[in-house]
Design a protein around this ligand. Structure first.
Ligand SMILES: [Zn+2]
Length: 160
């Protein structure tokens, strides 16, 4: 059996590889590599693109656990963007505009305990597109459900 590590952000188990990490996202190298694989697919084949915003928002939200300004900014922006897409039905241009508008905000650290992640990107089929798209949707919903105690916050942020 291959050695595995548990990712601190999403609690998923990934192969213990030696690979790059992110500057401020709380990721294991294996988890970050899998997200990178998904992004590479999104950028190389337009059939995957409809999954791109959702996967990015859900993934970055799960992994923005640091206490520095960039992480605090990131958790708020991606929570709001995920909520806007799934609960308010915002289409891609509107959620991109929301993210841009929020980039200027100065957010405070979260006031409630960090949600326990129930699902990781490890469970998201990477290919083919007809499996990837619904898998990303399920994953994104599951992440948003974990964040239920923060939905009122998301709702407020989305009103900017
Ligand atoms: Zn992870």
């Amino acid at each position: 059996m291959d050695a595995a590590t548990v990712c601190e952000g999403c609690a998923g188990r990934f192969a213990a590889i030696d690979g790059p990490l992110h500057d401020y996202l709380t990721v294991s190298a294996g988890c970050w590599a899998r997200f990178g694989q998904a992004l590479a697919m999104h950028y190389s084949d337009h059939r995957y693109w409809p999954a791109h915003q959702l996967l990015t928002d859900a993934y970055v939200l799960q992994h923005s656990r640091g206490n520095d300004r960039r992480s605090i900014q990131s958790v708020h922006v991606h929570l709001a963007a995920l909520y806007a897409q799934l609960c308010l039905g915002h289409a891609e241009p509107r959620s991109i505009a929301l993210r841009r508008a929020l980039a200027e905000f100065d957010f405070k650290p979260l006031s409630k305990a960090w949600p326990i992640p129930r699902r990781s990107i490890e469970t998201v089929e990477l290919a083919p597109p007809e499996q990837h798209l619904p898998a990303v949707k399920d994953y994104a919903w599951s992440v948003l459900e974990d964040w239920e105690p923060f939905h009122d916050l998301a709702e407020r942020i989305c009103r900017v």
